[in-house]
Design a protein around this ligand. Sequence first.
Ligand code: MN3
Length: 232
Amino acid sequence: MERRKFVIQTTLLTGSIAALPFWSIGKYGDGEESVFSLPDLPYGFDALEPMIDEKTMRIHHGKHFKGYTDKLNKAIERTPFANQSIEDILQSISASDTAIRNNGGGYYNHALYFASLSPNPKTRPSGKLMDALERDFGSFESFKEMFTTKALGVFGSGWAWLTKNDVGELAIVSTPNQDNPLMSFVADRGLPLMGIDVWEHAYYLNYQNERNAYIDAFFKVIDWEFVEEKFN
Ligand code: MN3
């Protein structure tokens, strides 16, 4: 069987970026001095309580996400990547670009993660995204089961993702560490629509080893309206 060629739809990414201020994660500032900035949370640090606790949010955003941001800026300084969007960077690096791979991935992944959560989420998708979830996974409930299984199965640190390919087909995939489905060298490429951080720093303070309970809580704060905007 011939393998379908995958083409990243950057225009879709750009559309979503334009629609959502928090997700405007490209360069800020002007010209060569511009750097990636740490996006503010669009809600309070305690707003996702009790699903995700304030202390975890403060450390996750203020230390981990900030750390990836600062290290990404340092890694791309005076390189050909210095004036590219984060999406272009992730799509053009090679696996051996370790610092940009880890910190650029960390930057994009956390920007998506924090932007996709909400204290007042739309808890169930509808419209075209719901149609696609039902087509590709049978039902929303079976999607949640499969996504949970994938997230539980990540060994060590990493992410589970819902992605779509160039013809709009959905997939549930995982990546290790801060890898991301946009990267050319990952096994299952696609446009990330949403993703769950299953590094222990994302849940250990509140849930300890109960990753399952954290995943259940994640589904209570993931905003399907955000995911729909990325899908459409
Ligand atoms: Mn994290």
